[in-house]
Design a protein around this ligand. Sequence first.
Ligand code: NAP
Length: 311
Amino acid sequence: MTELISIDGTASCRFAFGTMQFGDQADLAASRAMFDACIEAGITHFDTANLYTGGAAEQYLGQFIAPLRARLIIGTKIGYDAPDNVEALRSQFDMSRARLGLDSVDILYLHRFNPNLSLEAQIDLLAELQAQKQTRYLAVSNFAAWQVMKAQAIAINLGTKIDIVQPMYSLVKRQAEVEILPMCAAEGILAVTYSPLGGGLLTGKYAAGGTGRLSEDHRYGARYGLGWMHEAAAKLPEIADAVGVHPATLAVAWAASHSSRPAPILSARSLEQLRPSLDALSIKMSPEERDRLTALTPTPAPATDRIEEHG
Ligand SMILES: NC(=O)c1ccc[n+]([C@@H]2O[C@H](COP(=O)([O-])OP(=O)(O)OC[C@H]3O[C@@H](n4cnc5c(N)ncnc54)[C@H](OP(=O)(O)O)[C@@H]3O)[C@@H](O)[C@H]2O)c1
């Protein structure tokens, strides 16, 4: 399994923090407060993307990390909205490095599978940037398992490998359990998983009549719009109350507790929101507790039929 080690040789904590709200729902002061709280809690892995908040997320992060750089893991992503050519990817990466104030990052992701651009050319670019020491780890996000393995075959041919994948994973988005997380376990790839709170649904706030990203952004309202998702989210606070923790703490701990040992990316719009997610760092969920929460949502169908003969 890929182990994230910073430039100064420090092993990263299991959890990461995501900056998608920096410069949007979180202003500079709120972003700084969350960054400092993460450092205090032992989180040293920070996730961003060329796409986020018109560049503000990378700029804020660049400002915060400067004095601590060598002991941090900084990952960014390119290619979500780039024109379909490799030079556009390269210039997005140059732009990201400039915003971050870094010559090199630790993790460079292709943000999505782009069927309109040769995968060979994209992996070739990642490998070239790695050879030039502009990134230490190679990664892809939002790829299906077959797309990761295709990228892996190309990378291995070039003498390198895909170290990390970044899929969505939460109690209400469990598709990664079918192929991606087993693939990660089998191939030694680290899964850095995003949206552990289902965009905020698993805080229980919508069941209590609250508002947030799901009511403010129709894309998220649709992504988490199914009735069973809201029913599961409504049951979570009761279980959390019985355990004596916030529902968000349980949701994050659940995402971390998959046997493939994924690294959930925490996020929030304020320090107050972030606290319950940070509490998950000190929770070790038992298999029984995991099973109880897992039972709240449907298990996705297996990747192949005819599983009755060999279980
Ligand atoms: N690779 C990709 O394509 C991709 C996609 C998405 C995210 N990511 C990465 O993953 C990170 C996390 O994703 P995410 O923001 O979707 O994670 P999430 O944990 O599912 O959702 C975080 C959101 O939940 C709400 N929330 C959090 N704590 C709360 C609390 N205590 N009470 C009430 N509401 C609370 C806040 O939104 P509201 O207050 O607005 O409701 C917050 O912004 C991102 O920053 C980014 O780095 C990557």
